[in-house]
Design a protein around this ligand. Structure first.
Ligand code: PLP
Length: 441
């Protein structure tokens, strides 16, 4: 039998040669190989091929909300696959898991967000929404309403439309050409949105899109009142408001959807990630009953937008089981309660560690901002990646954000995390920050 270390070496060589990794440094992968090859997950922990166990402080990519190793989801997928693994939803064909999941999403989504278009992930949900809102205005005799306003530091995915909406420059600069009719405004000022509408003309704008909490841009929260103001501005100017809840949906912030914190109902809500806790790819665009009815009344012929996997029965069966588990185990409430514990721990870190400028958290999404303690600004080189490397050595996975002037450690553990695991997470974070502080000051 090949020993674990030998197998690891073999896999790393194959990985270097054949696997182009998403959002990764190709050079670093080529030179250093994969830092972890994971083989097993249970609760909030992952184990790699050498037997090393780490606390997954990121729920992978902010998505494994119900934690790892859920046999019930495997069972739901197996049962659906054995009966009917796949059938498409084009030409009005349907299947029970997709129908039931659409109805379930309508039940749990705020207000009259009642009708669902399925995708396979967040980027597809974004591009679908841009097309749907433009289609909506076109049907209403306003084809010139086509611009999409998004926020700087916002992340909406990597398809060409989603990249164009993303307000993080390195993602934009990765490619040489963008989709037209996308505009970006300052993220924390409703006045900035208003100015943009005034200068462009509301008659040219289809929608405004925002994440309730910017995730990949550094876990940035808008100031109090912001979302109610932008909701009002959009309504007043006949601009649709799209909430991108791809990260924040399904309990991440201590409410089922983050919009609920602000008591705002968007016209369109985008979800993915936590809808299946990452067990299988799935996303959705949820629109209000009003929009749905207008689309039905005004449309003629076929809605020429659809993915092969829109309404995938196996993905939807897994989504349904995932939501059932979230409800049965009160995971939204656990997110709120454990989020409070996490925030207490972060506040202690803020007081004790000099290089910590600010800490933020809402439910189980949070960030630690690294700054020079006397200069009160970023170090000349990025320090947060050193912190995440130290944390990984000590058994905790977190991520970092190093663009747009940020030097930030971000985290979003599974919603099943308990108090001891929160303590472990905070202790490792603190020890890692301390070790890095000693090396940089
Ligand atoms: N929207 C937001 C807010 C996201 O955070 C992401 C991914 O991180 C996306 C969209 C894109 O989702 P996906 O990677 O599933 O295409």
């Amino acid at each position: 039998m090949v020993k674990a270390e030998e197998l690891r070496e073999q896999l790393i060589e194959l990985d270097k040669k054949h696997f182009i990794h998403p959002t990764s440094s190709l050079k670093q992968q080529h030179e250093q190989g994969a830092p972890f090859i994971f083989t097993k997950g249970e609760g909030v922990y992952l184990t790699d091929i050498t037997g090393k166990r780490v606390l997954e402080g990121m729920s992978s990519l902010w998505n494994v909300n119900i934690g790892y190793g859920r046999k019930e989801l495997a069972e739901a997928a197996r049962e659906q696959m054995e009966n009917l693994a796949f059938t498409n939803s084009f030409s009005s064909m349907s299947n029970e898991p997709a129908i039931r999941l659409a109805a379930k999403l309508a039940e749990i989504a705020p207000g009259n967000l009642d009708a669902v278009f399925f995708t396979s992930g967040g980027s597809e949900s974004n591009d679908t929404a841009y097309k749907l809102v433009r289609y909506y205005w076109k049907l209403k005799g306003r084809p010139e309403k086509k611009k999409i306003i998004s926020r700087k530091k916002g992340y909406h995915g990597v398809n060409i439309g989603a990249t164009s909406a993303t307000g993080i420059s390195p993602f934009q600069e990765m490619t040489t050409s963008h989709a037209p009719d996308f505009l970006h405004v300052e993220p924390s000022s409703s006045a900035a949105l208003l100015e943009c509408i005034d200068s462009e003309g509301a008659e040219t704008i289809a929608a405004f899109i925002a994440e309730p909490i910017q995730g990949a841009g550094g876990v940035n929260m808008a100031p109090d009142g912001y979302f109610r103001e932008v909701r009002e501005i959009c309504s007043k100017h006949n601009i649709l408001f799209i909430a991108d809840e791809v990260i924040t949906g399904f309990g991440r912030t201590g409410k089922m959807f983050a919009c609920e914190h602000y008591r705002v109902v968007p016209d369109v809500m985008l979800v993915a990630k936590g809808i299946t806790s990452g067990y299988i790819p799935l996303g959705a665009v949820i629109v209000t009953d009003t929009i749905h009815r207008e689309l039905i009344d005004l449309s003629q012929g076929v809605l020429l937008h659809g993915y092969t996997y829109s309404g995938h029965p196996t993905a939807c069966a897994v989504g349904l089981k995932n939501l059932e588990i979230m409800e049965r185990e009160n995971l939204v409430e656990n997110s709120r309660l454990m989020g409070e514990k996490l925030f207490e721990g972060l506040k202690e870190i803020e007081q004790e560690i000099e290089i910590v400028g600010e800490v933020r958290a809402l439910g189980l999404i949070g960030a630690v901002e690294v700054v020079h303690p006397t200069e009160k600004k970023r170090f000349s080189e990025l320090v947060a990646p050193k912190v995440s490397a130290e944390a990984a050595k000590r058994g905790l996975i977190v991520r970092t954000v190093g663009f747009e002037g940020m030097d930030t450690v971000v985290f979003a553990p599974p919603l099943v995390i308990n108090e001891n695991e929160i303590k472990e997470m905070v202790a490792i974070l603190k020890a890692s920050l301390k070790a890095v502080q000693e090396s940089v000051l």
